[in-house]
Design a protein around this ligand. Structure first.
Ligand code: TXA
Ligand code: MG
Length: 312
């Protein structure tokens, strides 16, 4: 099948309320028509996702996002500077917003994003509706960066998987919430704090546990978890551990980046965690990862992956 006919088949499935997994520059998404309640409900079922955790709606360009949510001048500046790109902006819903209320999971806000992947953009244009899409993995597990990851995690629960090669960024989008008092970073991700602050010309705040109005329900402690337990900031492997290295901390065969390149490390993170986890080691030990640039997002995912499991 040609690319165009694959995209048109995917769009048909989506318009009929089906689920299509598609590539983005961050991770693969599990997509559904965001304006169709039944279709959005199917995402929650397929992922076994808690219903209080809202979804990101993907759109083809800034104007489409501005029609769904109330962007203030700062939010608009950030959107125009970064989109298409690995950034999600959370703003209040417009009164006439056609998105299913399930996307907002009971909140008055919406999360919006324009992904930077040619296949995702082609699909969004063809289907001509916003697509709700969480990462295409079972809830709480490692996010997928290849079509094969999606297949092995969700299998028959998805109607079609579009294969657009490995995701270039490798960690999810940065989530920024705009409120009257300014921008808050709800999740670190593919756009670094420095880049955000350079564009906005001011500090981006981080919510504390006292910001109860700013909760991101997705920030459950244990998340992104491999099946094997993890030990972080490990200078060397111990007996029966498989080691995930970085830079000088290199005990092969798994090293996120031998040259200590943080972007390369982000791109390899989920792929290597998937691969190591497939061999069910007793424990995975991970090298210290510096906090600069994408290191903030990598450390965030690792800390969650190592957190005590909150299995139902
Ligand atoms: O890179 C990404 O963002 C990927 C690709 C597929 O776009 N998607 C993704 O979706 O990571 P998901 O569902 O795995 O993560 C969405 C995050 C969650 O932490 C969720 O709680 C938060 O965004 N979120 C969504 N809507 C929100 C809202 N209205 N208010 C606060 N947080 C929200
Ligand atoms: Mg996810």
């Amino acid at each position: 099948m040609t690319m165009a006919s694959t995209i048109s088949k995917a769009a048909t499935i989506l318009r009929e309320g089906g689920l299509v997994a598609f590539p983005t520059e961050t991770v693969y998404g599990l997509g559904a028509d965001a304006t169709n309640d039944t279709a959005v409900a199917r995402i929650f079922t397929a992922k076994q996702r808690p219903h209080f955790n809202p979804l990101i709606s993907h759109v083809p360009d800034c104007e489409a996002a501005f029609r769904l949510g109330k962007f203030n001048a700062e939010a608009e500046t950030l959107a125009r500077a970064v989109w298409p790109g690995p950034l999600t902006i959370v703003v209040e819903r417009r009164a006439d917003c056609p998105l299913s209320l399930l996307c907002s999971a009971g909140l008055s806000s919406v999360a919006l994003r324009v992904p930077a992947h040619p296949m995702a953009l082609a699909l969004l244009k063809e289907v001509d509706r916003p697509l709700a899409a969480p990462s295409a993995n079972r809830s709480g597990r490692i996010s997928p960066t290849t079509a094969e990851h999606v297949r092995s995690s969700l299998g028959d629960d998805v109607d079609l998987i579009l294969d657009g090669g490995p995701s270039a960024v490798g960690v999810e989008s940065t989530v920024v919430r705009f409120v009257e008092t300014g921008p808050y970073m709800l999740r670190s991700g593919g756009v670094t704090r420095n880049v955000l602050e350079d564009i906005l010309g001011r500090k981006v705040m981080t919510p504390t546990r006292f910001h109860t109005d700013l909760h991101s329900p997705g920030m459950l402690e244990s998340h992104y978890a491999p099946l094997s337990p993890l030990r972080l900031n490990a200078a060397a492997p111990e007996w029966r551990e498989v080691y995930l290295g970085f830079g000088d901390y290199d005990y092969g065969p798994w090293t996120l980046s031998k040259s200590g390149n943080i972007q390369e490390a982000a791109g390899n993170l989920f792929k290597m965690l998937h691969a190591i986890d497939d061999s069910s080691p007793e424990r995975i030990a991970v090298a210290p990862i510096p906090m600069f640039g994408l290191g903030e997002a990598i450390n965030d995912r690792l800390i969650r992956a190592a957190a005590p499991r909150s299995e139902p």
